[in-house]
Write a protein that binds this ligand. Sequence first.
Ligand SMILES: Nc1ncnc2c1ncn2[C@@H]1O[C@H](COP(=O)(O)OP(=O)(O)OP(=O)(O)O)[C@@H](O)[C@H]1O
Ligand SMILES: [Mg+2]
Length: 364
Amino acid sequence: MPAFATGLQTLDIGQFRNIETAQLSFSPALNLITGPNAAGKTSLLEAVYCLGRVRSFRTHDANQLIRYGQAAFRVVGRVGLSDGRVIPVGVQRRPGSYDIHLEGRPLKRLSDLAGRFPVHLMTGDTVNILSGGPRYRRQSLDWALFHVEHNYRNVWQRYARALRQRNAALRAQAPVPQVTAWNKELVETAVALDRLRRDYLKDLSGYVARELAALLPGKTFVIRYQPGWTQDLSLPVALDKSLDKDRARGYTHAGPHRADFALLVDDRSAQAHYSRGQQKTIIVAFLLGQVKLQHALAAPKGVFLLDDLASELDAEHQARVLSGLAELETQVVVTAIDTQALDLAAWPTHTRFHVEHGDIQEVL
Ligand SMILES: Nc1ncnc2c1ncn2[C@@H]1O[C@H](COP(=O)(O)OP(=O)(O)OP(=O)(O)O)[C@@H](O)[C@H]1O
Ligand SMILES: [Mg+2]
């Protein structure tokens, strides 16, 4: 198995959002980022996220990340590896294109490293996993599986390709055999994806239930999975049944690209039956359960980013998240306008940074 990333040691930022330049040395444990509104706290998290995932969590247009009036941004991290090495990783963005370097060599995609350096994130939008469309849940599921199942990315890409080709044939109103020619590859990869997703969610259910037991005592928790086609049909039969509809609409209706899952607390949908505060609690349990399962499956550690923790969660839930992450000995970066209220009992040491007008200084 190739060496995987254990944490981010230093970060060098240039012209990213409102941050002109910054050089930071991170703690392998807890890092606290404080500063007033609009200082650049979320921008700093976004820079770390961008290094791990080569995109933002706030915009689809990466050009917006370039500081106003500048030609490009640059984020360079020194990433510790499980074999003890420390390697430089760099992401640069000019309008329209990314330029990624790993150990001084250009890379087409950062996925080589990103697959081994998970960046977990919790922001106010994370509740979209509950209240947003199925796309958010599929993304969360796929992303988790990319890190724990070596084969997942490969099968997923094969599935996506077969689906694209089949849909292209449907859109072009091609003769039926040209459409169904893709069924074999589609079904083979779909069944593999389905099995991995099903097994993962089953395990995850147990982990989340344990987290939730501490946060909402006495309530049951299960994840109900929906594979993307009628449960009691096999996928080939489902594809046959929907062929007319597929041809009429120009796309494939049945398959893992339509999968979804629901979080059920006491047999009720978390999304439909619980308050916003309870939903956040459920999300906290979901994320902690996910990270703990990943660790149990020996996935690489990576870093956990928490944006504006204090405004998202009350004191008890903040403490639970911080102590849950401390148990995992994972690297954490937390932003807050004021960290006085944070319960840091679980973290004996931490590094503190203060941000004002895009200027980031370590607080010694
Ligand atoms: N491309 C850009 N170039 C320069 N400044 C930008 C760019 N994009 C956003 N900004 C500005 O950067 C500032 C910092 O934003 P950021 O969201 O990081 O603040 P924050 O510290 O997280 O604030 P809050 O506490 O309100 O969440 C904002 O004033 C924003 O308008
Ligand atoms: Mg912010």
